[in-house]
Design a protein around this ligand. Structure first.
Ligand SMILES: [Zn+2]
Length: 413
């Protein structure tokens, strides 16, 4: 008996040891074989943040160079693609550069090594580095360039300066067995349905009876072939942005228990889009001009800023446009902004602002967009982390090397 017990114990121990050994092998294998990402996977994440249909018509966004099926482990994020950024990508061993400004903008008639674009295109192809550009779609995106600016400045009640009018919205209605409602609703919300203002997971449901008769060849989840079935179901309604439509329908099919999923997608009028160009919001309290200027310099890590337009003693309502935003002076005035913070403000924009009574802070094109590669890295790191995938993302070291201010040596009299 004793021996029997010992024999049993030994067998049990052996089994435990074997399963520990198996587990160790599995662990080793999973270390050797982490989740392999393709450039297409990373593009999918970026387009979830900045859908391509948010881009302006004249823009050139998307994969500019490379193969979406190629594997990727290292990514460089950059504002503008320069030969210096390409050198950094080579040194880092990157397979992909994600840049805000497109490199290839107009159709290229030739790729010559001596031109700026030609030399960069050649270097990228030679080194097998893909290039993806997220430009005006990232400007307009929720959580994109302008939300990044507004967040850094600490603005509240932030809305698009020019809402994306072409961003269509839909009402998704689907019918789910009662016990599956929460699961389907959560899956739809995770895919981007049910976002209204600052609220996610917005849904409405009512109970009723659904009926159906499975026909020959069907494999019904409930009921049997040839018999009319009545099931207590929930009519679940959620709003869906156009760009999230495919992802949401895909999630619906995956989460819904039925073989055939009944759903309707109605286009809806009205409703404010959270995406669009520029942002307008306010500081919680009015700020004296000198405090405001110090705050802008701190928030955007700037040594100095240029002022134009009308002077103000205090500011509270603030419009921001990353990059070149001089043409938004009129719009900022229409929405009652005290100040517009942007870059590339020209003589006529400044004149328009002065005439309308708007203060303009020209913080520079670079100054209002240099946060973009950092925000892209944060986003990609989070997406990779969520999936347990290994992706090394590095922000390119870039400087605003275009403009310098030098005092004239000329004697003044
Ligand atoms: Zn720009």
């Amino acid at each position: 008996m004793q021996a029997g017990i010992r024999g049993h114990d030994t067998e049990h121990m052996l089994r435990v040891l074997l399963s520990v050994a198996n587990f160790a092998t599995l662990l080793q294998e999973s270390e050797v074989r982490p989740i392999e990402l393709t450039i297409g996977d990373v593009i999918g994440w970026i387009e979830q943040l900045a859908p391509r249909d948010l881009a302006e018509e004249w823009d050139a966004v998307g994969l500019q160079i490379g193969d979406p099926r190629a594997p990727v482990r290292r990514v460089i994020t950059a504002l503008t693609l320069t030969s210096n950024v390409v050198e950094q990508a080579k040194a880092f061993g990157a397979q992909l550069i994600v840049a805000h400004h497109p490199l290839i903008f107009r159709p290229l008639k030739s790729i010559q090594h001596r031109t700026r674009v030609g030399s960069i295109v050649t270097a990228l192809i030679k080194n097998d580095i893909a290039l993806y550009a997220a430009h005006t779609n990232l400007d307009a995106a929720v959580g994109g360039v302008n939300d990044g600016l507004a967040n850094r400045l600490g603005l509240v009640e932030v809305e698009p300066l020019v809402p994306a009018a072409h961003l269509r919205r839909y009402k998704l209605v689907t019918f789910v067995p009662v016990e599956h409602e929460a699961e389907v609703r959560d899956a739809l919300a995770e895919a981007g349905a049910g976002i209204i203002g600052n609220y996610s997971h917005c849904a409405f449901s009512t109970q009723g009876w659904g009926s159906f008769k499975p026909l020959a060849g069907a494999d019904p989840y409930i009921g049997e072939v040839g018999k009319v079935e009545q099931v207590q179901e929930v009519r679940l309604e959620m709003v869906v942005d156009h760009h999230a439509r495919e992802r949401v329908i895909d999630a619906l099919w995956k989460a819904h228990p039925y073989e055939e999923v009944a759903y309707d997608l109605y286009p809806i009028e009205g409703g404010r889009s959270r995406a669009g160009l520029g942002r307008i919001g306010r500081f919680p309290e009015p700020m004296a001009l000198s405090d405001f200027l110090a705050h802008v310099a701190d928030a955007l890590l700037l040594d100095d800023v240029r002022l134009a337009g009308a002077s103000k003693e205090k500011v509270q309502r603030v419009a921001v446009v990353g990059g070149s935003g001089g043409s938004f002076v009129t719009r900022a005035l229409q929405l009652g902004a005290d100040v517009l913070i942007t870059g590339d403000v020209d003589y006529h924009d400044a004149d328009e602002a002065r005439h309308g009574g708007l203060l303009v802070v020209d913080a520079g094109h670079f100054g209002t967009e240099k946060h973009v590669p950092h925000d892209l890295k944060t986003y990609l790191d989070a997406e990779a982390g969520r999936r347990g995938a290994t992706l090394h993302v590095q922000v390119a070291g870039e400087e605003d090397a275009f403009w310098q201010v030098k005092s004239s040596e000329r004697e003044r009299c």
